[in-house]
Design a protein. Structure first.
Length: 419
């Protein structure tokens, strides 16, 4: 064991527990994972996690390199699953291997190109006034009570309704889309395998697949929605197959929900915990775009993502072998003091804030412009509606999704009167 990897001592003089992302399963660590990330970054920034069998990288520079250069094709194929006796998971694998999130060039370039042709900046911008209307109506629905569970009453329904609008499917289907997305997101965000949940996730995947298959064939879909435009997108005679349209509708639907919910919930909590920053924002609403970037950096909704080494390579002096798995911890990179001065301080005016909350490179979040608009509108509308916000004195409970960081509930009291 090198001096660098000697177990650290904590304040009681006892050896600190072995470094592993598995500590996130401890609710106390999940509530505040930043000391664990700090330990990883300072004690062993390119760490072989003995429990996960993954390399874990936590420095900004290394996270960017892994996201830029390593392979995203990490999901097992149906053939691989069959060969290890897990063929019952094949319906899930069949969908995932066609999703842009799990593809490398040239397949990724092709699908992302066709999807981008279908989801133009103009389409996103057209959703803006709609998002404001939905946000206002959700706020008004509960404003009279003076209290709001931000998660259940705003942060969950807003992205869910917006996603249905974006896809062009009937908006009244949004509660069902939410349930399916939650199941899929549970699998995306967690690295621990939970066999008890596998059958539910499989069932949801089959239902979602059937839902989008019938949606594609329906005439009544809104033509400006993503389902229609993915179906009809064409670049130099190339089009997506029906299976590719379905798989990428699913990844876009799932990608846009939990994460945006958590941007709103985590962001609101961060502002409540830093009242001087909230005050600064109230005093100057032109800071909203910069505040949203800082909230994404400070409490990143998507904490980590995985890649495979494309060949034998070295990072930070460690030898990584071809096809070994690497976990890039964006939330740790976003608190790297080498990149962000005083990283544990929330500063809504932070300059040069090139965080990695939306990833980096070819897989940079496809929905980032939409997520940014949703975040900006929500914080602006909440600030305009209520001069006083206070957190209710209930214990905060974090979702047991280790990768998609968010609260189960966030009860807040609002008031219009000061004093
Ligand atoms: C605050 C909200 C969001 C956050 C923090 C977020 C985060 C991310 C991250 C980190 C990635 C890259 C993952 C990787 O490289 O492995 C990603 C990719 C993706 N996101 Fe988002 N996302 C958000 C909102 C959205 C929205 C609203 C949509 C849908 C409109 C969306 C759709 C996608 C898709 C389809 C990908 C895959 C892109 C590709 O592989 O080329 N996301 N997102």
């Amino acid at each position: 064991m090198t001096a660098k990897s000697q177990p650290a001592k904590n304040t009681t003089g006892k050896a600190a527990p072995p470094l592993s992302l598995f500590h996130l399963l401890d609710p106390e660590v999940l509530a505040n994972p930043y000391p664990l990330y700090h330990r990883l970054r300072t004690e062993d920034p390119v760490h072989w996690d003995p429990f996960l069998h993954y390399w874990v990288v936590t420095r900004y520079e290394d996270v960017v390199r892994v996201l830029r250069e390593f392979s995203a094709a990490r999901t097992p194929t149906p053939e691989q699953l069959t060969s290890i006796g897990l063929s019952k998971l094949n319906p899930l694998a069949q969908v995932m291997v066609k999703q842009m999130l799990f593809l490398d060039p040239p397949s990724h370039t092709r699908i992302r190109g066709l999807a981008s042709a279908a989801f133009t900046p103009g389409r996103v911008e057209a959703l803006r006034s709609h998002i404001r209307d939905i946000t206002r109506s959700l706020i008004q629905a509960t404003a009279a009570n003076g209290r709001m569970n931000i998660i259940a009453e705003l942060a969950e329904p807003l992205p869910c309704i917006v996603t249905a609008e974006m896809l062009g499917v009937p908006v009244e289907d949004h509660p069902q889309l939410k349930l399916w997305s939650q199941d899929f997101a549970e699998m995306l965000g967690n690295f621990q395998h939970n066999p008890d949940h596998a059958s539910r996730i499989l069932k949801s995947t089959e239902e979602m697949t059937a839902y989008f298959r019938s949606a594609i064939r329906q005439e009544k879909l809104r033509p400006e929605g993503l389902v229609c435009s993915l179906r009809d997108a064409e670049i130099q005679g190339d089009r997506l197959s029906e299976e590719e349209v379905i798989a990428n509708c699913i990844v876009t639907m799932v990608g846009g929900q939990e994460t945006t919910t958590n941007l709103i919930g985590n962001g609101m909590l961060s502002l409540l915990r830093n009242p001087e920053q909230l005050q600064k924002l109230r005093a100057d609403l032109s800071l909203i775009p910069s505040a949203v970037e800082e909230l994404l950096r400070y409490e990143s909704p998507s904490q980590h993502t995985a890649r495979l080494a494309p060949q034998d390579t070295q990072i930070g002096g460690k030898q990584i072998r071809k096809r070994q798995a690497v976990m890039a911890v964006m939330a740790a990179a976003n608190r790297d003091p080498e990149r962000f001065p005083d990283p544990d301080r929330l500063d809504i005016t932070r300059q040069d804030n090139r965080h990695v909350a939306f990833g980096w490179g070819a897989h940079f979040c496809f929905g980032a412009p939409l997520a940014r608009i949703e975040g900006q509108i929500v914080f602006e509308e909440l600030i305009r509606s209520f001069p006083i916000w206070s957190l209710e004195p209930e214990p905060l409970v974090w979702r047991t999704n280790l990768g998609l960081r968010g609260l189960t509930a966030l009860p807040v009291t609002f008031s219009n009167a000061r004093g």
